[in-house]
Design a protein around this ligand. Structure first.
Ligand code: ATP
Ligand code: LTN
Length: 334
């Protein structure tokens, strides 16, 4: 608890630019939940190092993601929004937790298997221990709830296992966190291959809607979205392309699948795709405008970053000191 409120923690990798999947699966829910909880959101730049980065480009995308969090509606004066690498406690706790994690557990992680296949020339130890760092992120802030998309559920489960294992030895040190996965939007699929997750590292530009895409691009990408040869707008497992578009439309308009089916009864895919494009472009327009303002105001963003770094440091060092003491590391002489 902080200020008598339960704690939310989440974050996104600091590379690329955010997609509609990141927004509907995670960011949008962070904003909705932010009034009821004490919220801490990280720009996860240490996790991004598991893939080789170009330094100048990497710094730029990390700042852009920070601004997108704020532009999406997270007030940095109320929510602690910070860079993971600015709080050294993440790496320190990660080492300790790594000593409480079994290789057998890490071997089962599907993201590790997927990313290893994608980056076969650079299967580094960081990629392997990625879930331990993620557990450290969450446990360092004693989070109660972690809002994420479906692909991160396995990482949350290992976080809970590590916390419970540690607590069983040393007493109640960590809060055991719960995942918050939204009912719709938890897995937005690629517009070009509806069996694949929409991902910011996809090389096919038509597969993803980026939050900063122009309206024309958004309309064009939806128009080209892969569907089936039928023409009925109906939610069904055997119609993954249309079902994905219906999920997106439902998330941005708040309409149920039934209402959508009624609205587009007898109208065909062309009309529907155009309506989804319009609805998404409208939903993202204010976010884009706010983003431009924020990126132009260097002093404001810098002051928010500085203030929140200090706040995050404070919370993190409280947990870290407790953990160090519990495992028997010698206390510093002050
Ligand atoms: P990468 O392509 O580099 O793996 P990513 O697009 O999956 O990146 P992450 O930084 O890994 O982005 O994810 C940030 C958050 O967004 C996580 O909570 C994740 O579950 C969620 N998320 C990512 N992609 C989707 C998606 N297609 N649908 C719903 N949620 C998603
Ligand atoms: N692995 C997550 C990003 C992430 C995260 C976290 C999410 C790193 N640390 C802590 C929630 C809580 C991903 O989306 N790829």
């Amino acid at each position: 608890m902080i200020n008598d409120k339960r704690i939310i923690y989440s974050g996104m990798q600091a590379t690329g630019t955010l997609t509609l999947g990141n927004y509907l699966g995670a960011l949008k829910n962070w904003v909705t939940l932010s009034s009821e909880y004490e919220c801490i959101y990280g720009v996860m730049d240490l996790h991004s190092l598991t893939v080789r980065q170009v330094p100048a480009k990497f710094r730029k995308s990390a700042r852009s993601i920070y601004a997108l969090y704020v532009a999406a509606g997270l007030d940095p004066e109320k929510n602690c929004i910070y860079y993971q690498s600015h709080v050294s406690g993440h790496a320190e706790l990660s080492w300790i937790l790594g000593c409480f994690t079994y290789m057998g557990e890490l071997n089962r992680m599907t993201q590790f298997k997927d990313k290893s296949a994608k980056h076969a020339d650079n299967i580094n130890a960081g990629l392997y221990t990625y879930p331990v760092l993620m557990a450290a992120d969450i446990l360092l802030y004693q989070a109660d709830l972690v809002p994420i998309g479906v692909d991160q559920k396995q990482h949350l489960e290992i976080t809970r296992d590590i916390a419970q294992r540690f607590n069983a030895i040393y007493g109640d040190v960590f809060t055991v966190p719960e995942a918050y996965v939204p009912k719709t939007g938890a897995k937005i699929m690629s517009l070009q291959d509806p069996m694949k997750k929409m991902s910011k590292s996809d090389e096919n530009v038509n597969a993803t809607i980026l939050l900063l895409d122009s309206k024309d691009d958004i309309l064009r990408k939806f128009k080209r979205a892969v569907t089936d040869s039928d023409s009925a707008v109906r939610y069904a497992e055997e119609k993954p392309g249309i079902s994905n578009l219906m999920g997106i439309y439902s998330c941005v308009t708040g309409k149920s699948f039934e209402e959508i089916e009624k609205e587009f009864d007898g109208r065909g895919y062309g009309d529907f795709k155009a309506a989804v494009g319009e609805a998404v472009a409208d939903a993202l327009a204010p976010l884009k405008a706010r983003y431009q303002e924020l990126m132009a105001d260097k002093a404001y963003l810098d002051s928010m970053i500085k203030m929140n770094d200090e706040k995050a440091q404070y919370y993190a060092s409280k947990t870290l000191r407790k953990v160090q003491k519990k495992v028997g590391l010698t206390e510093r002489i002050r």
